[in-house]
Design a protein around this ligand. Structure first.
Ligand code: SAH
Ligand code: SF4
Ligand code: F3S
Length: 472
């Protein structure tokens, strides 16, 4: 493959979804940079406009539709200039990600100015797709069967244009077989499949060599990694599991951190907890969405655990580490959820001392089972009133969790700085993922420093640099 590195076009990409979606953006930009597209932060200046969409809730999909609406107007203005014989720009608009995978050709019909729709399984066909739209074709490429994700050959050819940060996202598995009754992901990301360990390890080594200080392993259910691989053919005879992969990544030379998201509660094995404990680079942080604190609702959600089983997993983790953060996701107003059942979610945050939770009001998604239970839908006012209470509970839980950190010493990876009243205030993350602000020098950005926690607010901690070693 020829690498022109001669940028004669500009691409603007708006990323609307989860970390996997962000990681796709980095791969898309890497591929485009190989055939003349340079990234711009200024959409008005771009030749190619891409929206990388999320379909998890209706609100996220609507955001994408309205953005391409704006871009369509720009295109019409340019077209008018063309008709008037004035200089004009030939803007191309592309729609990708989870909404693209779901809506397919319908998008080309609905938005006549969209040139390209490509799904989550078609990223690696981009060179050909871009060539086709540049000759005036309108194209929709949304394969149902995942093609190149696990094959690696195509992927290995292209560099990844990672966002400017200290963290490198590395997808290790994609897709989901769980079919929770509210969730669109199995329809937009397909069935579960894992990347080979050797590919992941190579990608991690490369990122560390390039100066990244943290790698985050990504997957819709990252802890079910390896189930589609063969231990003899794809590994060295050991079981292909997240635990073993963490052990291998931990052996890479250099000072860096390893994280992994998102974990499905009952896929967290004892071996995984041991691996996190044993590997000095792996951070003591578990994101384990519970979704509801009520066992009946969990059953209706088709989650494979009840309240007690979730509690046992949390206890096992808390008993293993001196300092660990456990975070969760919750849905308010699932079809049929009673006030009492909702109160079980509120009490779960307290009982399991969850450090932080993402919250959302239930949003019906086409094709999913729960979307058909219209007779049990909770009215919007109740749903959003529950969400407000859940958010308040989460705020209190975060503050409580942060206050417990006062007096502890954490190792912080410094991510950024801000000048405030003549002082340099650094911001970084502890191993448990908490954000810490403290005074220091600008040149500490990208370094690891020990910080004693002296104060706590709801969303961050304050501290002072100290010479003692932090908790690990
Ligand atoms: N694989 C992860 C979750 C991925 S989706 C897991 O199993 O936990 C990210 C989050 O979006 C979910 O945890 C859920 O809380 C939320 N979500 C998914 N579908 C939703 C819907 N239809 N309405 C509201 N929130 C939803
Ligand atoms: Fe969605 Fe459930 Fe799969 Fe998570 S486990 S991605 S919530 S279907
Ligand atoms: Fe959204 Fe797709 Fe991620 S639906 S949450 S961008 S997998």
């Amino acid at each position: 493959m020829e690498n022109t590195k001669h940028f004669d076009k500009k691409v603007y990409i708006e990323t609307m979804g989860c970390q996997m979606n962000k990681s796709d953006t980095e791969r898309i930009l890497g591929m485009l940079s190989h055939f003349g597209y340079e990234q711009t932060e200024d959409a008005k200046n771009a030749d190619l406009l891409i929206v990388n969409t999320c379909s998890i809730r209706q609100l996220s999909a609507d955001k994408a539709y309205s953005l391409v609406g704006v871009w369509g107007k720009w295109k019409q203005e340019e077209h008018k200039k063309e008709l008037e014989g004035k200089p004009f720009r030939d803007i191309k608009v592309a729609f990708c990600g989870c909404v693209a995978q779901q809506d397919k050709e319908k998008l080309l019909k609905r938005f006549p100015y969209v040139d390209l729709v490509f799904g989550t399984n078609n990223v690696y066909e981009l060179p050909d797709l871009i060539r086709r739209i540049n000759t005036g074709e309108r194209v929709c490429a949304t394969n149902e069967t995942p093609k190149k994700f696990t094959e690696g050959e195509e992927e290995a050819k292209y560099e990844i244009k990672r966002a400017k940060s200290l963290n490198a996202w590395i997808p290790i598995m994609e897709g989901c077989n769980n079919f929770c009754t509210y969730c669109i992901v199995p329809f937009t990301r397909g069935r579960e499949r894992s990347r080979k360990p050797s590919e992941i390890i190579d990608e991690a080594k490369k990122a560390i060599k390039e100066g990244f200080k943290e790698i985050t392993l990504l997957g819709q259910n990252v802890d079910s990694y390896g189930k589609t691989l063969d231990k003899d053919k794809d590994y060295d005879g050991r079981d292909v599991t997240l635990a073993n992969l963490l052990r291998d990544l931990n052996k890479i030379d250099g000072k860096f951190r390893i994280r992994f998201v998102t974990s499905y509660p009952t896929d967290i094995t004892d071996d995984l907890i041991h691996a996190v404990k044993e590997c000095d680079k792996v951070c003591e942080f578990f994101h384990i969405p519970m979704q509801s604190g009520n066992s009946k609702v969990l059953k209706e959600m088709n989650r494979r655990y009840n309240r007690e089983e979730y509690g046992e997993i949390v206890k096992k983790i808390r008993d293993t580490f001196e300092d660990v953060a456990i975070t969760s996701d919750f849905i308010a107003g699932f079809p049929g959820e009673t006030e009492e059942e909702f109160l079980d979610t509120m009490s779960a945050i307290d009982e399991f001392e969850l450090d932080y939770s993402n919250t959302a009001a239930y949003s019906p998604r086409v094709k999913t089972k729960a979307a058909k239970w219209t007779d049990r839908f909770i009215d919007e006012d109740t749903k959003f009133e529950r969400l407000a209470r859940l958010n308040e509970k989460n705020r209190q839980a975060c503050l409580k969790s942060n206050e417990k950190c006062i007096g502890k010493i954490f190792e912080i990876l410094v991510e950024s700085f801000e000048e405030k009243e003549g002082k340099i205030i650094l911001a970084g993350r502890a191993r448990n993922n908490k954000i810490v602000h403290f005074e220091g020098e600008k040149n500490l950005v990208g370094e690891f420093v020990n910080v004693k926690i002296t104060g706590a607010s709801t969303w961050h901690l304050r501290g002072e640099i100290c010479s003692e070693a932090g908790i690990r």
